[in-house]
Design a protein around this ligand. Structure first.
Ligand code: UDP
Length: 375
């Protein structure tokens, strides 16, 4: 293989977590130079995640501004990445998933005829406003990219339907499983340390983990979900409900107002990845609207209630590892009670096989890249 210069572009926490094991493994490959460039669409959460994987960025475009609109961020990202790619002249740009960062990096690379490799390609809801704007971001990246790393067969078939050439797609599993397995192994081996205050909060098998931050849930949906959670915390007082709250004021303000006074609900700052994985592993049930958490939690056999009306991850619903409960208060409460009271129901969900892979996705991506990067 000829020498290749690759740049990974990262903007948010989930991109950092899901790209980190790939970056570290790619750095070991002969004849490849790897650089990491941040847009810092997220700031602290992103740095926290990179730090856990001992990754230091080569460049930070530092594009975050308070209350930035999608279009303003997009235009600034496109201009900044245009200048950066012109100076760096990489052979390949690696992007992840469905963020604005990934979209504008793909477009800027395309304008310079630099090839794009898309990690976590092919997820679709076929509803352009849910998730918004991620559904369209991911679809557009699909048409800009040259190589497509699809986590599942279903995501591959979505790409084939859009006339992406089959020889440019490989099913790899999701790199988040590589990340979660590597991190948990290090926690168990004592190579990564969990904060003492987090250890104290976690009661084994009596912990409920909550995350919620998606734009679609802002407003009425978020209120309904919080009301349901409050009811459940009152009904199950011996359980600790741990909720790392996303800093976005659209989330933080209503969450603190509705849930702040319930004594077995712990509203805490976002956790670093090590602490978060520790809590996840110790949880009994997880309530989330996060994509990554839906993929990770089944690796620990944890039933997940998904606080969204639809999902671009239907494999997990089909496999039975997650259940969509949306923003329907009665459904959230009844599903939770069912999991708490019906042991057979709980066991069936917790023993379902994780459809997102075996923790070997990065190796498959690198092999495929090595075989196809001259194309
Ligand atoms: N996560 C974390 N700390 C937290 C909450 C989540 O490290 O307090 C991790 C989680 O394990 C997953 C990722 O962040 O890998 C998910 O990010 P997020 O929910 O922001 O985005 P999404 O997955 O919905 O794109």
């Amino acid at each position: 293989m000829n020498f290749k210069k690759i740049i990974f572009i990262i903007g948010t926490r989930p991109e950092a977590i899901k790209m980190a094991p790939l970056i570290n493994q790619m750095k070991e490959v002969k004849d490849i130079s790897v650089k990491v460039c941040l847009t810092s669409q997220h700031k602290e959460l992103l740095q926290q995640a990179l730090h856990i994987f001992s990754i230091k960025e080569d460049h930070d475009l530092n594009l975050m501004q308070p209350n930035q609109t999608l279009a303003k961020f997009g235009s600034r990202a496109l201009s900044a990445l245009d200048v950066y790619f012109l100076a760096e002249k990489p052979d390949w740009v690696f992007v992840h998933g469905d963020t604005s960062t990934a979209l504008y990096a793909s477009l800027a690379a395309y304008y310079h005829q630099i090839k794009v490799a898309h990690v976590e390609a092919g997820l679709r809801t076929f509803n352009k406003y849910s998730p918004f704007p991620e559904e369209i971001n991911r679809t557009l990246i699909g048409s800009l990219a040259t190589l497509h790393f699809a986590p599942t067969q279903l995501s591959k078939s979505n790409l084939l339907q859009e006339n992406i050439k089959e020889q440019n797609i490989i099913v790899t599993g999701n790199t988040v499983i590589d990340a979660v397995k590597e991190t948990y192994k290090k926690i168990l081996a004592g190579d990564l340390t969990v904060a003492n205050e987090i250890k104290k909060l976690v009661i084994p098998r009596q912990t409920i983990l909550i995350t919620m931050h998606r734009r679609e849930n802002f407003g009425a949906g978020l209120h309904v979900i919080c009301e349901a959670i409050k009811n459940l915390a009152i009904k199950y007082p011996s359980f600790n409900f741990i909720y790392p709250v996303h800093p976005n004021p659209n989330v933080k303000n209503p969450v603190e107002t509705i849930l702040g006074s319930q004594k077995n609900i712990f509203l805490i700052d976002p956790l670093n990845y090590v602490d978060f994985i520790f809590v996840m592993a110790a949880s009994h049930i997880i309530l989330t609207d996060s994509g990554g958490v839906q993929e990770e939690a089944p690796s620990f056999g944890k039933p997940v209630m998904v606080l969204r009306e639809n999902t671009e991850r239907p494999e997990a619903v089909d496999a039975g590892t997650v259940k969509l409960v949306g923003t329907n208060k009665d459904l959230i409460i009844s599903e939770f009670i069912q999991l708490m009271e019906n042991q057979a129901y709980y066991t069936k969900m917790s023993e379902a096989i994780n459809p997102y892979g075996d923790g070997q996705a990065c190796g498959r991506i690198i092999d495929f890249f090595n075989q196809n990067s001259e194309a």
